[in-house]
Write a protein that binds this ligand. Structure first.
Ligand SMILES: NC(=O)c1ccc[n+]([C@@H]2O[C@H](COP(=O)([O-])OP(=O)(O)OC[C@H]3O[C@@H](n4cnc5c(N)ncnc54)[C@H](O)[C@@H]3O)[C@@H](O)[C@H]2O)c1
Length: 347
C-alpha cells in the first residue's frame, strides 16, 4: 500500500512511518518541519527505497495538490497538527489554521485526487484525532464513539472541528474516510514538552518536576508503538465512514504516573542521595484542565480484534530506558522555542 502520512516527523506520525516501512508499505512523509518535528525520528527508515519525504505545509493547498499528483497515494493517514494544549492556550491561531484549515485543504486535495483516479472504493482518508474532543469525565464512565463532542480547549476544539469536516466530506462527497480518536500516547521520540519526557528530563537535571494542580487528573496511557499498530490496522481494515476509539486500557492519575517514573529512575540511574520523587513540585493548574479521559475500546476490539500489547508499567520502563540511552536525540530539542518554559497559564 502506498501511504501519504502527514506529520510524519512528529511523535506519533514517525512511529507510523517506521512501522509502515518495516511492514513493507511505501510511505510518503509530508511535514512542514515545525518546532515539533525532528528528522532523527525517521532515521531508522530514511535510507529505505520505500520511504520519501516532502516538506510541505498543509495550509498550502497548491503544495498539497503537487504532492498528490507526484505520488498518487492509495491512502492518506492525516496526523499533521499543532498538538500541545498549553501552546493552544497561548496561541490558538496556529491551531485553527493548521488543524482546521489544514485539514480542509487535505480533504479537498484528497478529494480532487480521488476523483481524478475514478473514485476508487479502496482509497482511504484516515483522520487521526484525540479523545479530548469528548470533553472531561467524572470519576465514572468512558468515552464511546457515540459520546457527544464537548471540547474545552483551543486544541481539542480545533481537533473536533477537523473531525466534523472529515465526516461532512464523507457524507457530502462520498470520500471514503475512517477516523480514530485516541487517548494519551507516550514512548520513545516524545517531544520534551509533554508530561512524561518533562518528568524524566527534569528529574535527570535535578530540576523541580512540575505536576499541574494536585495531580489528580486521570489519563488513559497508550504506548505509541501500539497506537501505530492500531492505525495501520484501521487504515487497512476499518469500515468506511466509521470511527474507532483507541485506548491503552491503562488509566492513571498524573501524580501516580510521575511517581512511577521517579521510582524507575531511582532503580535505573539512582541519585547520589534520596529519591527523584523529592523533586516533585505542584504548580498552578492549566486553565480548563480536563479532569479525566477514559476510552471504551469495545468497538476496535470486537470489530477489528485489536488490543494494546504493552501495559503502562512495561511501556514506562521502556520509555525511561530509551531517554537514558538517547541523550543525543533529546539534548538539541531542549534549545527549541518554548521548551522548558511554563506555557498556557493564561486564564
Ligand atoms: N500525542 C498524543 O497523545 C495524541 C493523542 C491522540 C491523538 N493525537 C493526534 O495525533 C496527531 C499527531 O500527534 P503528535 O503527538 O505526534 O504531534 P507532534 O506535535 O509530535 O507532531 C506533529 C507533526 O505535524 C507537523 N505539522 C504541524 N503543523 C503542520 C503543518 N501546518 N503542515 C504540515 N505539517 C505540520 C509537525 O512538524 C510535526 O512533525 C495529531 O493530529 C494529534 O492531534 C495525539
Amino acid at each position: 500500500m502506498k501511504l501519504l502520512v502527514t506529520g510524519g516527523m512528529g511523535f506519533i506520525g514517525s512511529a507510523v512511518v517506521r512501522l509502515a516501512v518495516a511492514r513493507g508499505h511505501e510511505v510518503v512523509n509530508l511535514d512542514a518541519m515545525t518546532y515539533a518535528a525532528c528528522e532523527a525520528n525517521v532515521a531508522p527508515v530514511s535510507g529505505s527505497n520505500l520511504y520519501s519525504f516532502e516538506q510541505a505545509d498543509i495550509r498550502d493547498r497548491a503544495a498539497l495538490e503537487r504532492v498528490f499528483a507526484t505520488h498518487n497515494p492509495d491512502a492518506v493517514m492525516h496526523l499533521a497538527a499543532e498538538s500541545h494544549v498549553d501552546r493552544s492556550i497561548d496561541g490558538p491561531a496556529d491551531f485553527v489554521e493548521t488543524n482546521i484549515t489544514g485539514t480542509f485543504n487535505m480533504l479537498e486535495a484528497a478529494r480532487a485526487h480521488w476523483m481524478r483516479q475514478g473514485r476508487p472504493s479502496g482509497f482511504r482518508f484516515h483522520h487521526i484525532s484525540t479523545d479530548e474532543v469528548f470533553g472531561s469525565l467524572g470519576a465514572e464512565g468512558q468515552f464511546t464513539e457515540d459520546t457527544p463532542y464537548d471540547p474545552r480547549s483551543p486544541y481539542s476544539a480545533s481537533k473536533a472541528a477537523s473531525d466534523h469536516l472529515v465526516r461532512a466530506w464523507a457524507e457530502t462527497y462520498g470520500l471514503p474516510v475512517v477516523l480514530t480518536n485516541c487517548s494519551n500516547n507516550y514512548g520513545p521520540y516524545h517531544f520534551p514538552e509533554k508530561l512524561i519526557p518533562v518528568t524524566i528530563l527534569n528529574a535527570l537535571h535535578g530540576r523541580p518536576i512540575p505536576v499541574y494542580g494536585t495531580g489528580e487528573n486521570v489519563r488513559d496511557w497508550l504506548y505509541v508503538e501500539d497506537h501505530a499498530d492500531a492505525l495501520l490496522l484501521v487504515v487497512q481494515k476499518g469500515a468506511v465512514g466509521r470511527s474507532y476509539n483507541i485506548g491503552g486500557e491503562n488509566e492513571r492519575r498524573n501524580i501516580d504516573l510521575v511517581r512511577t517514573i521517579c521510582a524507575l529512575l531511582d532503580e535505573m540511574q539512582p541519585r547520589a542521595k534520596g529519591s527523584y520523587a523529592e523533586q516533585i513540585t505542584f504548580v498552578t493548574d492549566r486553565p480548563g484542565h480536563d479532569a479525566r479521559y477514559a476510552i471504551d475500546p469495545a468497538r476496535i476490539r470486537t470489530e477489528l480484534g485489536w488490543r494494546p500489547s504493552v501495559t503502562v508499567e512495561e511501556g514506562l520502563r521502556r520509555t525511561v530506558r530509551w531517554y537514558l540511552d538517547n541523550e543525543a536525540w533529546w539534548r538539541p530539542l531542549l534549545e527549541r522555542q518554548g521548551v522548558g518554559q511554563r506555557l498556557g497559564t493564561r486564564a
